[in-house]
Ligand binder design. Structure first.
Ligand SMILES: NC(=O)c1ccc[n+]([C@@H]2O[C@H](COP(=O)([O-])OP(=O)(O)OC[C@H]3O[C@@H](n4cnc5c(N)ncnc54)[C@H](OP(=O)(O)O)[C@@H]3O)[C@@H](O)[C@H]2O)c1
Length: 315
């Protein structure tokens, strides 16, 4: 690898902040391309990190951000699409354009974050477009050496998963839950960051795709009960039948900043588990939720939750 910076797309996000901190701690110079520099402000404390304002959907901004870079890490992804930002644009066109831009800029190393069970035959538009994005990266060929990472759901202090359920279980004695029996294998954000760093370290990981899962499998109902227990509640969970889950998603997806859509529900038709150990190539023993979450969530009352909300929203 050259001496230039590692370009990180999606650096301002939940995973991006941990990835940047991990790479910076290894002394790597970093460049974060963001559409909103204010969102990237927490990254400013990292030594050797340069924030560049621009959209990765703009070819000129992408080319300028890649200039002199030693590698690129793509952490851009969305759970909910909009008319302006459909899944195809973010999950397929962007990785394809990024791979092409890397080739033109002479950047030979790319780490692309996808999702577990991404496939053109997947049950949801989210998983299908993620699968097509992986294909676009694989097809780039030439001198580009890409590694694809496919995590199950990722947990951590500022995640959008456990933190999604926290206000719900705090407010509701009975929780109506869609996909209650769907199984997940949550993986800690710091283990995902470690995997990204290991990929950049080890050229033998190029040309490969790795599933990233934590050590334990839980149903969604078990995960929600776990969150409730951390907050000192015992909650009754009502598993919604398929038709009621569909209606709930139909209503919720029309709210601003939707927490659930029919496409999310479709993704849950497939268990987010891999029945495989964390890839040995990374030398990481993945952490379980029970080992990490209580340190920041246990006993958090209303004040703690609001502090967490303020931290996540930069307020
Ligand atoms: N979190 C999970 O549980 C999970 C599980 C499986 C896979 N993943 C994948 O891991 C990656 C990182 O996830 P995350 O949880 O860190 O996501 P996140 O917090 O939502 O951050 C995603 C980043 O992508 C950029 N972005 C968002 N929408 C965009 C758009 N329409 N066009 C261009 N850039 C956009 C944003 O950067 P700017 O606003 O600064 O430009 C944002 O910081 C994503 O690819 C995600 O799909 C996450």
């Amino acid at each position: 690898m050259s001496e230039g910076p590692v370009l990180v797309l999606g650096a301002s996000g939940f995973v991006g902040r941990s990835v940047c901190a991990r790479l910076a701690s290894r002394g790597l110079p970093l460049r974060a391309l963001t559409r909103d520099p204010a969102k990237a402000r927490p990254l400013a404390v990292l030594p050797g990190l340069e924030v560049v304002a621009g959209s990765p959907h703009d070819d000129a901004a992408l080319a300028a951000a890649l200039d002199g870079a030693r590698a690129a890490v793509n952490l851009v992804g969305i759970l909910h699409e909009s008319r302006r930002e459909p899944f195809e644009k973010v999950h397929v066109d962007l990785p394809r354009r990024l791979a092409g831009a890397c080739a033109r800029a002479g950047v030979r190393r790319l780490v692309h974050m996808s999702a577990l069970h991404a496939s053109r035959d997947g049950p949801s538009r989210y998983l299908r477009t993620r699968g097509l994005g992986e294909e676009a990266v694989r097809e780039a060929g030439g001198s580009l050496r890409a590694t694809i990472l496919r995590p199950s759901v990722i947990f951590g202090r500022d995640d959008s998963f456990l933190n999604l359920f926290a206000p719900l279980v705090a407010a509701l004695p009975v929780v109506p839950l869609a996909g209650a029996a769907t199984r997940f294998q949550p993986v800690w954000v710091e283990d995902v960051a470690g995997a990204v760093a290991a990929c950049l370290d080890d050229p033998a990981t190029s040309g490969r795709a790795y599933d990233l899962c934590g050590p334990h499998v839980y149903t969604l109902a078990q995960i929600v009960r776990f969150v409730a227990a951390q907050l000192g509640h015992r909650r009754w969970i009502v598993a919604l039948p398929g038709w009621a889950a569909y209606l709930q998603a139909l209503v919720l997806e029309h709210l601003p900043g939707p927490v659930m859509t029919r496409d999310n529900l479709a993704s849950m038709r497939r268990d987010s588990v891999c029945d495989c150990p964390f890839p040995a190539a990374f030398g990481i023993a993945p952490a379980a939720m029970e080992a990490i979450v209580p340190a920041y969530m246990a006993g958090a009352g209303a004040q703690g939750r609001f502090a967490g909300y303020r931290r996540r929203t930069g307020g």
